[in-house]
Design a protein around this ligand. Sequence first.
Ligand code: SAH
Length: 224
Amino acid sequence: MSTEANRYPERAYMVQHQIMSRGIHDEPLLNALRRVPRHQFVPPDQAPAAYQDRPLPIGLGQTISQPYMVALMTEALHLTGDENVLEVGTGSGYQAAILGELARQITTIERHAPLADRTQRLLQDLGYANVTVVTGDGTLGWPASAPYDAILVTAGAPHIPSALQAQLADGGRLVIPVGSSGFQNLVRLTRHGPRFDQEDLGGCVFVPLIGKQGWGEDERRGWW
Ligand code: SAH
């Protein structure tokens, strides 16, 4: 089947059997998952598998997250449509597109410039005018557009970067996988003035967050 064929039925099936069946029922989020053409965010040879229940390789040793994980993390941000959002770890841009459907303004930061450039073009072609891709070390956040109502980190961190906490608006939510190289806990921090409430949302496995307030370049050896 051509990758350009209408694949809406596959997305509707994905939403029902991978997302709703696991307890996610937020209608705007489900609709975003039905709309965004996930097969266009993966390399052509992976397009036939785009709606399967797993992460997929996107080049440079990176992955596009499993659809359920995208849904779970997005739901945890409690978006209502008016938020200024930072994503750390642009990758394919799929998560950024989902955020673009559900919030006002998205800044997404990627450390690999070629990946960032390719994804910026794709998001432009697909009409996501409210998503800006920048290149840099996302463990330091992106102060130019701060404060953020929501921050989503889509790579595994050894600890919560203080720069991201500092760029969170009052009442804002930070969702981030924190743990060892092989396994992390999905953590949500909610800011109340100077206080940060922390909740555990369950286990997950992500590629490493590499940067000044993440893993060092050397520590990642053996990850993939
Ligand atoms: N959200 C992506 C999946 C990301 S995979 C998607 O929807 O496809 C994790 C990404 O984080 C990789 O592309 C990796 O290069 C990037 N990354 C790792 N450390 C980073 C850092 N410090 N700053 C920005 N990006 C980082």
